[in-house]
Design a protein around this ligand. Structure first.
Ligand code: FPP
Ligand code: FPP
Ligand code: MG
Ligand code: MG
Length: 406
């Protein structure tokens, strides 16, 4: 077992690389417009949890000793030349790969002297490339841009325990600040000089919009649109089919809205490190499964914690008309929930009634069990990476996803 029983503090492991994140992002956001500067920097004053950059940096470290493109025997394309007698397919034992230092073509292709000149170099964790650190910043900028727009859409006046940007500066400014963040993130992305990574992160941005769009069509905010249910459900034969169809829609939305960003960022970290297709796929699968688990827990906490603990309003999803995993599981036992879901919990007492069914059913434990199974899959995904403190931290992170209270 890679942990040997000891618990690793991932923030300590990353040291300065995570600490300089906000400062570097500020530099990427400088403009000639003081007010635009103020608003686009606003969400970087209240410290977020920085969970996405944390994972990107850990994944960069964890994959740094894994097989690299150009090692010949490890790549899929060159697989035909691989020794035939190995028996168990590709075996990552940590000795086959080379560190970043000795990697020739990948590194020189990626580090464009001019474009990288403004990257801050820090001495901790030498395995992380400057491009991977920049990627972590880009990931956090895209996340924050989505929050700026999200708070407008959700008409939310609190974020990170303070006034939201829309509450403080108005909707128009908040939207523009989000757009500006995306634009500056795109410039930084282009400067990584890696087309595959540009495509990954551009796809993330469209996924975020698609996920938000799917959720909106499914919520009371967009109640004018009654067509979605028919679209999603098709010709449903039974209540059971309806739960399944709703669940499928919900998981697809969850992938797009929450998991895609971390999944594709993890893949991008491996790509920037020059890793093989197998390693990039492993990184992607870790991010995808962890992201799905994270959102399931988020949707569960919406039912079980108090607003003070959570740092945001509770039962918010029901109030928005959304049936998340706990409700969908509850509907398997209590069909009384179907008409409530159909009218998006807008009837008098609907929210309270739905809560009652959720707590009388096993909706909460079932949701938790599903989140646990995604975490196990996340751990399995990276099991072939060479053992390292970063890999251990990534594994331990899956536990804290399940046990978190906020
Ligand atoms: C804000 O992000 C909340 C969301 C975007 C909703 C769901 C997201 C999560 C539950 C976290 C996703 C986890 C992974 C592994 C991608 P936040 O809670 O990260 O907010 P912060 O930036 O203010 O900390
Ligand atoms: C938070 O969810 C929101 C998201 C994870 C994504 C929102 C995406 C958009 C608004 C599309 C636009 C995207 C970009 C990149 C500009 P939540 O409302 O469930 O979480 P909360 O409780 O933290 O508000
Ligand atoms: Mg919101
Ligand atoms: Mg939202």
């Amino acid at each position: 077992h890679p942990t040997g029983g000891s618990v690793i503090n991932p923030r300590e492991l990353l040291g300065n690389d995570l600490k300089v994140l906000t400062e570097n992002i500020r530099k990427l956001l400088g403009s000639g417009h003081p007010v635009l500067n103020t608003i686009s920097n606003y969400y970087f004053q209240q410290q977020g949890k920085h969970i996405r950059p944390l994972i990107v940096l850990l994944m960069s470290q964890a994959t740094s000793l894994a097989p690299k493109q150009g090692d010949g025997r490890w790549t899929l394309d060159e697989g035909v030349n691989a020794p035939i007698s190995s028996g168990g397919g590709i075996h990552f034992d940590g000795t086959g790969g080379v560190g970043h230092g000795s990697k020739k073509e990948g590194a020189s292709r990626l580090t464009d002297e001019e474009a990288m000149s403004d990257l801050v170099s820090t001495d901790s964790a030498p395995a992380i490339l400057p491009t991977q650190k920049r990627l972590a910043e880009i990931t956090e900028m895209i996340h924050t841009a989505s929050l700026l727009h999200d708070d407008v859409i959700d008409v939310s006046d609190v974020r990170r325990a303070q006034a939201s940007a829309n509450a403080e500066f108005g909707n128009k400014m908040a939207i523009l600040a989000g757009d500006f963040l995306l634009a500056r993130a795109s410039i930084a992305l282009a400067r990584l000089r890696n087309v595959e990574v540009v495509e990954l992160l551009a796809t993330v941005i469209s996924n975020l919009v698609e996920g938000e769009f799917m959720q909106l069509r499914n919520s009371a905010i967009d109640n004018g649109d009654k067509g979605w249910l028919a679209n999603v459900l098709g010709t449903r034969a039974s209540r059971n089919d309806e739960v399944n169809a709703r669940f499928e829609y919900y998981m697809e939305k969850t992938y797009l809205k929450t998991a895609s960003l971390i999944a594709k960022s993890c893949r991008a970290a491996a790509v920037l490190g020059g890793c093989t297709a197998d390693v990039a796929e492993a990184a992607y699968n870790y991010g995808k499964n962890l992201g799905l688990a994270f959102q399931l827990v988020d949707d569960m906490l919406d039912f079980v914690v108090t607003a003070d603990e959570f740092g945001k309003p509770v039962n918010a999803d029901l109030k928005l008309g959304l049936a998340t995993a706990p409700v969908l599981y509850a509907a398997e036992k209590y069909p009384q929930l179907f008409p409530l879901m159909e009218r998006k919990f807008e009837g008098k007492g609907d929210v309270e009634e739905a809560l009652k069914y959720v707590f009388e059913s096993d909706g909460i434990p079932m949701t938790k069990a599903l989140a646990i199974s995604y975490c196990q899959e996340a751990v399995r995904s990276i099991s072939h990476l060479p053992d390292s403190p970063a890999k251990t931290a990534l594994i331990q992170l899956t536990n804290s996803v399940i046990t978190r209270k906020k």
